[in-house]
Design a protein around this ligand. Structure first.
Ligand SMILES: [Zn+2]
Length: 405
């Protein structure tokens, strides 16, 4: 495995170097593809191969641009190192499997989302669309490989887990966005009736999705692109602008699109778990911001939720099953007098894979946990989440729920 960790790390710091470019250019309306070379953001001198070795160039050049002596931000080598370490973590979780490649791509998109949203209060649509496609491609690959747990049922209809996850998590975030929009504009602001506020919110977000879908379909269907106006270049906004705009409240549309991207990659169960973590993280973030700025946190304090969602994903992906197994063993198992959850070992479970409990399994023996514990939704969700990181022989089998939602 050490060999694969080294490969992942070297691959990661190089991808990180590319992400630095994306994080700089995307929110400034630039293209990742043009110009094809990297340049110093101050003197715009084209950088040579020796200037572009991840981390090492930064140290060798004495933290300065070779051409204009402008100091290079610590952020560049930090993002390279961070990406390298995250890729190692992915290989620890997935082993050297095809899943690790898809998960590394997903994590790379999340690194961009984290730093762009943090600085500019915006998540470029292209990143979310890309991440959704990564999740769907991962799912489709696993279906083609005949791996279990790649399909689920929503309201009785079979559906790939990536689609169900995207729709499910997006629905969670948009519901919160809708309610908070109605709260701020209709109940508190009294500028609209609650129904018309709700209608406005839905209309705006549905149109948003429609335009994005048409625009990116235009990349595949040439005739379409000419008819679709290019989306306005995303402009970042400042915290002050958000706080003074009364119509802007709660979770932004960008968070809903990010939720779709996360759900497509994690499946609904793990995505929902990541949401719970991001609520904790976002709250702590708000309290810390409040303490640092020495002011009262109000409904109008702008804190981007995207970075919390990204951190929630990292907790859920890397520690979630272990935390849930601990919780299950400590609190749920004694009450139900059920067997202990097996130790959580990172393994070859497909990431987009719905937990095994999502598909009819036909039973893995008689004395399965599922046969012993009541068929309650809470226990099923808990077992399902623990199962997500288990190698197949370790999985706990439980009765399949009729549908996901
Ligand atoms: Zn320079």
């Amino acid at each position: 495995m050490t060999f694969w960790y080294v490969v992942a790390f070297i691959f990661g710091i190089n991808i990180g170097s590319f992400l630095n470019v994306a994080i700089w250019r995307l929110p400034r309306g630039g293209s990742i593809a043009a110009p094809q070379w990297s340049y110093c953001p101050r003197c715009e001198h084209r950088l040579g191969a020796l200037d572009l070795i991840p981390v090492l160039s930064f140290l060798a050049l004495g933290r300065k641009c070779r051409y204009c002596n402008a100091p290079i931000s610590w952020r560049y080598p930090s993002i390279e190192l961070l990406t390298g370490l995250l890729f190692v973590a992915v290989v620890w979780r997935d082993r050297a499997t095809i899943d690790s490649i898809f998960d590394c791509l997903f994590i790379a998109a999340l690194v961009c989302v984290f730093f762009i949203d943090l600085e500019h209060f915006v998540i470029p649509d292209g990143l979310n669309v890309l991440a959704v496609l990564i999740g769907v491609a991962h799912n489709v690959t696993n279906i083609a490989l005949g791996r279990p747990g790649q399909m689920t049922h929503v309201a009785g209809l079979p559906m790939p887990v990536s689609i169900a996850g995207a729709l499910g998590y997006a629905a969670v975030i948009y519901s919160i966005g809708l309610l908070s929009y109605i709260w701020f504009t209709a109940i508190v602001g009294k500028r609209k009736g609650p129904l018309s506020a709700g209608w406005d919110y839905l209309k705006e977000n549905v149109l948003d999705w429609l335009w994005i879908a048409l625009y990116y379909l235009g990349a595949v269907i040439p005739g379409l692109r000419k008819r679709i106006p290019e989306p306005e270049p995303l402009e970042g906004i400042t915290a002050e602008e958000i706080e003074s705009d009364e119509d802007m409240s709660g979770m932004g549309g960008g968070d809903g699109k990010l939720a779709a991207a996360i759900g497509a990659n994690l499946g609904f169960m793990l995505a929902f778990q990541s949401f719970v973590w991001s609520i904790f993280i976002g709250t702590a973030w708000g309290l810390i911001t409040m303490a640092l700025q020495r002011r009262k946190l109000t409904g109008r304090t702008a804190i981007p939720f995207g970075p919390s969602m990204v951190l929630g994903v990292l907790v859920a992906m890397f520690f979630g099953p272990a935390i849930l197994a601990w919780y299950y063993n400590a609190f749920i198992r004694p009450i139900l007098n059920a067997p202990a959850a097996p130790p959580v070992t990172p393994g070859s479970a497909p990431s987009t894979g719905a937990p095994e409990t999502m598909v009819p399994t036909g039973g893995h023996g008689n004395k399965t946990l599922g046969a012993l514990v009541p068929n309650s939704a809470a226990v099923r969700m808990c077992l399902a989440a623990i199962n997500q990181m288990q190698t197949v022989p370790n999985r706990i089998s439980a009765p399949a729920p009729a549908s996901l939602l």
